[in-house]
Design a protein around this ligand. Structure first.
Ligand SMILES: NC(=O)c1ccc[n+]([C@@H]2O[C@H](COP(=O)([O-])OP(=O)(O)OC[C@H]3O[C@@H](n4cnc5c(N)ncnc54)[C@H](OP(=O)(O)O)[C@@H]3O)[C@@H](O)[C@H]2O)c1
Length: 407
């Protein structure tokens, strides 16, 4: 089908913005998108990209504000793969200036910021899509559809586990990585808000039997830890009770000795769904039969932008991850910090730090087994009696509207 290419204004070309650039170029090759303008605030760092855009006669701006001002009514979508604590201000400004927006995940880390963004979107007559790319993945959408059709009955539990390894270089890549706050704003960078956030978002999505909806959290019990020498958390466990009666368990670390693909399990009254990222998902019914939901091998990052383009051109009915759908996620994130009250440093005796390439890895001794056990038994680390774990209380999110925790 031939459509008019959607014009994008891209902010940044390094870090995760380099992925946006790759995705948009591949959609340009398909004739679906056009990068009409780009913001490169430090051109000396990106000579190849500057040369590329000059060769294509794409306007390069030195700042976001300049682009917003100059490109009004020319660009259709502004893409914001920028620092977490800049998301709200940039999204609100872009919406108020008449642009649609794709903002990276997490859209915001406080519920007051997210609500401001939702309100700006509502009155703008434009849309904001969020870069939770799993929501654009066929297998994730297939799992959700199976749940909505009632194939596994009522959802009782949704489980997620993610065990990744991040070196010190990961935290040295910019000013905000691993921070609780940056430039006076909350960042809450960590497993819950950032690298493994996709799986908390998808868990809440699976916990609701309504299409296009993630389940609202009612109360949260959470423990937050750090193994690395950082300000934020790099290891977490959450129990989230949601509307409709399901319980979500999320277990994550960036201090694993190995990098493994995250897994999810959804336990219903009539069957269980198991899925590991990159693979098919399996529905196991009570009578022993098994149904497969296929992984289609498509790049979900490209699909996210394809969906935005198709939505704008009236070919898709919905945005796969609209801003408002992420409200339960941000509430659960805030609830996790309110319940945890602290980020506990794991004592040195349980940490191994060793040189890897030009950097240093941080491993929590036994963390893989701890997370596997927590996942199977649906218990938080302190419930398992892990030596370094601490007990926390449930935090109720009833009428919760403002995050203001200081550690
Ligand atoms: N969906 C995913 O799987 C995934 C994976 C990784 C990261 N992310 C998300 O992507 C976002 C960006 O992360 P990152 O680590 O790449 O961040 P970053 O290093 O701070 O920024 C990425 C790029 O944006 C540019 N930039 C940032 N703020 C800008 C501004 N105000 N004006 C102009 N350019 C600006 C940077 O330019 P300079 O180089 O000049 O600083 C850099 O090129 C975060 O929300 C993160 O959570 C998502």
């Amino acid at each position: 089908m031939i459509i008019e290419p959607v014009s994008f204004g891209l902010v940044g070309v390094g870090g995760y913005a380099a992925i946006y650039l790759r995705v948009l170029r591949s959609l340009e090759n398909e004739g679906l998108a056009e990068i009409s303008a780009v913001v490169i605030r430090s051109p000396e760092k990106y000579p190849a990209e500057v040369e590329y855009f000059k060769s294509k006669s794409v306007t390069i701006y030195g700042s976001f504000d300049e682009m917003i001002e100059a490109e009004r009514s020319r660009i259709e979508v502004v893409a914001l793969p920028t620092a977490i604590h800049q998301h709200k201000e940039m999204t609100v400004k872009a919406l108020r200036s008449g642009f649609n927006v794709v903002v990276e995940k997490p859209p915001a880390v406080t519920i007051q910021d997210l609500d401001e963004m939702i309100e700006a979107e509502r009155i703008s007559n434009r849309f904001c899509a969020v870069g939770f790319q799993l929501q654009s993945k066929a297998v994730v959408r297939g799992i959700k559809e199976a749940i909505c059709e009632g194939k596994i009955g009522d959802v009782k539990y949704v489980l997620a586990k993610g065990k990744w390894k991040r070196l010190d270089s990961y935290y040295e890549r910019n000013a905000w990585a691993g921070k609780f706050m940056c430039e006076g704003k909350y960042v809450l960078d960590g497993t819950v808000s950032n690298p493994l956030a996709h799986y908390l978002m998808s868990s809440l999505f699976f916990a609701s039997r309504e299409r296009m909806k993630a389940a609202y959290p009612l109360r949260v019990r959470a423990e937050l830890y750090r193994g690395h020498r950082i300000e934020g958390e790099d290891t977490s466990c959450l129990e989230v009770e949601v509307e409709g009666g399901a319980r979500v368990f999320f277990f994550a670390t960036l201090c694993s000795p190995f990098q493994s693909d995250p897994s999810q399990r959804i336990i219903g009254t009539k069957g269980v769904i198991d899925w590991t990222f990159g693979n098919d998902a399996y529905i196991r019914y009570a009578d022993g039969s098994v149904e497969v939901i296929r992984e289609d091998g498509r790049d979900e990052r490209v699909e996210l932008f394809r969906n935005v383009i198709r939505y704008l051109r009236g070919l898709d009915e919905n945005i796969s991850c609209p801003l408002v759908m992420t409200r339960p996620f941000v509430l659960a994130l805030n609830g996790a910090y309110e319940s945890a009250r602290q980020i506990k440093q794991i004592p040195d005796e349980f940490i191994i730090r060793r040189k890897e390439g030009d950097s240093i890895s941080t491993i929590i001794v036994g963390i893989d087994e701890i997370i596997n056990r927590a996942f199977e038994e649906r218990r938080l680390f302190s419930d398992l009696g892990v030596e370094w774990a601490y007990k926390t209380e449930h935090f109720s999110l009833e009428n919760y509207k403002y995050f203001s925790l200081r550690l």
